[in-house]
Design a protein around this ligand. Structure first.
Ligand code: HEM
Ligand SMILES: *[C@@H]1O[C@H](CO)[C@@H](O)[C@H](O)[C@H]1NC(C)=O
Ligand SMILES: *[C@@H]1O[C@H](CO)[C@@H](O)[C@H](O)[C@H]1NC(C)=O
Ligand SMILES: *[C@@H]1O[C@H](CO)[C@@H](O)[C@H](O)[C@H]1NC(C)=O
Ligand SMILES: *[C@@H]1O[C@H](CO)[C@@H](O)[C@H](O)[C@H]1NC(C)=O
Ligand SMILES: *[C@@H]1O[C@H](CO)[C@@H](O)[C@H](O)[C@H]1NC(C)=O
Length: 370
């Protein structure tokens, strides 16, 4: 009698625990897709991050310019609708995509992402998103340029919106003031003025087209023969040699002292009126961004910049990330999946979730009977 009562009590207790588990299961999305996390592919594609590093190492070894291109490609993806690989989508008959927006004319590195994604799909078909492929490749651009290794949360899925008109609304304009940039980062990205100063440090590698520089070199402010007074005079002369009037296409190093090394020399340049872009020079015109530039301009170690950059880069990498049932794993990074396959993947996912829930229901029923 006592034993039976105890058993009934235990059964009811177990039933309550299972019911609680069941409620939790229904309320929560499948855990693997719930949010971005370090090593999201540990189980589904354990070699994913190695594959990306191996491919990036080979490609940057052959074409050093690729490091800067891929890092920028990632930032322009994240700033427009989040880090969901919308920058990689091609224009369609109905819609001009982000990559064909005027502001993105100088953006490159698309083929590198396609090549890495092909290797990933060879190793683990249909598992790694284009958004994570780009994010990890950008992370490796930094490491391969002697910058910090940044542990990067993954689990991003791919979006399906890429509209050229979104670009200007969400990007700093070429002639933007520092107040414009800080306001844009705050309102659209929840990033701080310090993040602006830190992330601008990415301009320690890579190149800009003369079209991005020439307005500072020739007829500045509409005045014949004038140049930007905030640009060092001898640097102006050097740049006029590299960028002749009307030449839009020639590329110049953003950081001519160490063009392929991810270091603090960008801040020394900006502090010395040698920031290449007007938006680099503008960092001196706000107290917060200026203080950061000064703090790094004479740095004897890159450690502080590396730690700051890692934190700001991870924050940027989480912008508008699609997880759980949002988005898809694109087959080709330049196209959204055909409707059937996209629906198929989503359906398969909810089937798995339902199966797990049904299993728990059965357990609950058994527990209640006992
Ligand atoms: C603060 C706002 C920013 C502005 C106004 C800005 C603007 C620019 C411009 C105008 C160029 C030259 C593009 C061309 O000639 O076509 C450029 C290049 C570049 N940007 Fe930024 N950028 C900003 C933030 C960032 C961020 C957050 C990153 C990455 C974390 C980044 C990484 C790069 C890199 C690596 C390049 C060189 C690209 C290459 O070598 O192909 N930029 N940026
Ligand atoms: C993946 O493995 C790494 C290294 O063991 C670990 O730090 C990380 O938390 C793991 N992530 C997941 C989602 O299991
Ligand atoms: C695009 O994604 C949205 C949100 O996930 C979804 O509602 C919509 O059906 C998708 N459109 C296409 C064409 O796949
Ligand atoms: C904005 O960023 C801060 C960290 O700087 C974070 O604590 C906060 O939750 C973010 N807000 C939103 C709405 O994401
Ligand atoms: C350079 O760009 C300007 C402004 O977009 C344009 O007017 C000019 O024709 C271009 N020059 C060349 C040589 O393409
Ligand atoms: C960096 O050091 C130089 C030489 O000591 C000094 O003239 C300059 O003001 C310093 N720059 C900053 C931004 O602290």
């Amino acid at each position: 009698m006592m034993a039976a009562a105890a058993r009934a009590g235990a059964g009811a207790g177990a039933g309550a625990v299972v019911a609680l588990l069941l409620l939790t299961m229904i309320a929560m999305p499948p855990p693997a897709e719930a949010h971005l996390q370090i090593g999201a592919y540990n189980e589904t594609c354990p070699q994913a991050e190695e594959v990306v590093l191996k491919e990036m190492t080979a490609m940057v070894g052959k074409s050093p310019d690729l490091a800067g291109a891929v890092l920028r490609l990632f930032s322009v993806d994240c700033f427009v609708g989040g880090c969901e690989a919308s920058i990689l989508l091609d224009s369609t008959a109905d819609s001009t995509a982000e990559k064909d927006a005027p502001l993105n004319e100088g953006v490159g590195g698309y083929e590198a992402v396609d090549a890495i994604k092909a290797k990933l799909d060879g190793a683990c078909p249909g598992v790694v998103s284009c958004a994570d492929t780009l994010a990890l490749a950008a992370r490796d651009s930094i490491r391969l340029s002697k910058g910090p290794f940044i542990p990067l949360p993954t689990g991003r899925r791919d979006g399906n919106r890429s509209v050229a008109a979104d670009v200007a609304l969400n990007s700093p304009a070429p002639g933007a003031t520092i107040a414009d940039i800080i306001a844009l980062f705050a309102t659209k990205f929840n990033l701080t003025a310090k993040d602006v100063a830190v992330l601008s440090g990415a301009h320690t590698i890579g190149k800009a087209r003369c079209s991005a520089v020439s307005p500072r070199l020739y007829n500045f402010g509409g005045q014949k023969g004038a140049s930007d007074p905030t640009l060092d005079a001898s640097y102006t002369a050097t740049l006029r040699g590299e960028c002749k009037p009307g030449d839009n296409a020639t590329l110049v190093n953003l950081d001519p002292t160490t063009p392929t090394v991810f270091d603090t020399s960008y801040y020394a340049l900006v502090a010395g009126k040698r920031g290449l872009l007007s938006t680099d020079a503008a960092l001196l015109l706000d107290p917060t961004t200026k203080a950061y530039v000064s703090s790094q301009a004479n740095a004897t170690s890159p450690d502080q910049f590396f730690a700051d950059f890692a934190a700001s880069f991870v924050a940027m990498s989480k912008l508008g990330a699609l997880t759980h049932h949002n988005g898809e794993i694109r087959q080709a990074c330049s196209k959204i999946n055909p409707p059937s396959s996209a629906g198929g993947a989503a359906a398969a996912r909810s089937r798995r979730h339902l199966t797990a829930t049904a299993g728990l229901l059965a357990t609950l029923a058994v527990a209640l009977v006992l």
